[in-house]
Design a protein around this ligand. Structure first.
Ligand SMILES: [Zn+2]
Length: 317
């Protein structure tokens, strides 16, 4: 059993409860905002209200997937956790290049220095407000997972220092990996690379493959390896409807790999009710998607296990 670290301190596995493993609760205005204005949720009150709604629906824990140096709001997250009573795990690591201004410190540091930054965030506390410059100031809140963005094969091979540093920090700090994927991401090459650095396959979650990779055999290869798939294209109708999402979940489950699925929403301001009245809301899986899956014939207990036992195994095993 490994330690589960929330921003307010260590957490016993049995206290984890329902946990959506890839959300964004707070985000400062930055490069992401200029690409998509929905990538700004900087109002603590609103984010806390949204998180309280998740708790009322039965949610107990959330992972915030915004890493250091790209508009993460570590102090805001602590405030939300205190106000809402929802346990929040924060991320260190790195996101897509497009979310950083040119010349950002993250891309200037050596592999050793980067590993040091990530490990400091895991063992001691997250750095405060270091988007533009490296602040060096810390909170007491520690990072609970390591996030990284796997873009295309070229950027993966060219960015080996960053990948090596993040994966090594996760291995050393006994943290699980959350991996952003895209249609061009070389996921199997990445998994082999991570395993060579000592990362256990069962502590890796490949995110968004339900919308980035249409080839189902690839999904099956991943779960057969013992790695988790984090599906979050739920209620994201610009990609596909819930029927399509349900089919995919059903298929992986029917093949006997339901225990390798994690479910989440990958929220932005556009999908939080407190920021947008038309939004589906952070409680959407619990309030609407589970009943929808039940209507289609899936047992409630099977989906609940994905949100509880699977999340726990991913973080703790
Ligand atoms: Zn995300």
């Amino acid at each position: 059993m490994r330690e589960i670290m929330s921003i307010l301190g260590g957490l016993k596995g049995e206290k984890l409860g329902i946990c959506q493993c890839h959300e964004h609760l707070m985000l400062r205005k930055g490069e992401g905002y200029y690409i998509n204005p929905d990538l700004c949720m900087d109002d603590v009150k609103k984010s806390a209200t949204e998180t309280e709604g998740y708790r009322r629906a039965g949610g107990r824990t959330l992972i915030d997937a915004q890493p250091v140096g790209c508009c993460r709001m570590e102090e805001g997250l602590c405030e939300i956790a205190e106000r809402s009573g929802v346990q929040i795990l924060a991320s260190t690591g790195f996101h897509k290049r497009a979310f950083y201004p040119r010349g950002h410190w993250l891309f200037q540091k050596t592999e050793r220095e980067l590993q040091d930054v990530f490990e400091t965030e895991i063992f001691q506390g997250m750095y405060i407000d270091c988007d533009g410059q490296f602040s060096g100031k810390q909170t007491k809140a520690r990072a609970g997972v390591v996030k990284l963005a796997l873009e295309d094969g070229d950027s993966f091979r060219a960015g080996k220092a960053l990948f090596t540093a993040a994966i090594s920090a996760a291995v050393h700090g006994e943290r699980s990996l959350l991996v952003h994927t895209e249609p061009e991401s070389p996921v199997m090459e990445f998994l082999t690379f991570a395993e060579k650095l000592g990362m256990e396959p069962g502590r890796v979650a490949l995110c968004h493959m339900d919308r980035t990779k249409a080839d189902k055999t690839l999904h099956l290869e991943v779960v057969k390896r013992g790695t988790f798939l984090e599906y979050d294209t739920i209620g994201r109708f610009k990609y596909h409807d819930n029927e399509r999402e349900a089919e995919l979940i059903q298929e992986i489950t029917d093949r006997g790999f339901g225990e390798r699925l994690l479910l989440s929403l990958d929220t932005t301001a556009a999908r939080m009710k407190a920021y947008n009245k038309e939004a589906i809301g952070l409680d959407y899986i619990l309030a609407e998607f589970i009943p929808f899956m039940e209507q289609r014939g899936m047992k409630r207990s099977v989906i609940m296990k994905m949100l509880t036992d699977n999340s726990r195994r991913y973080l703790e095993a």
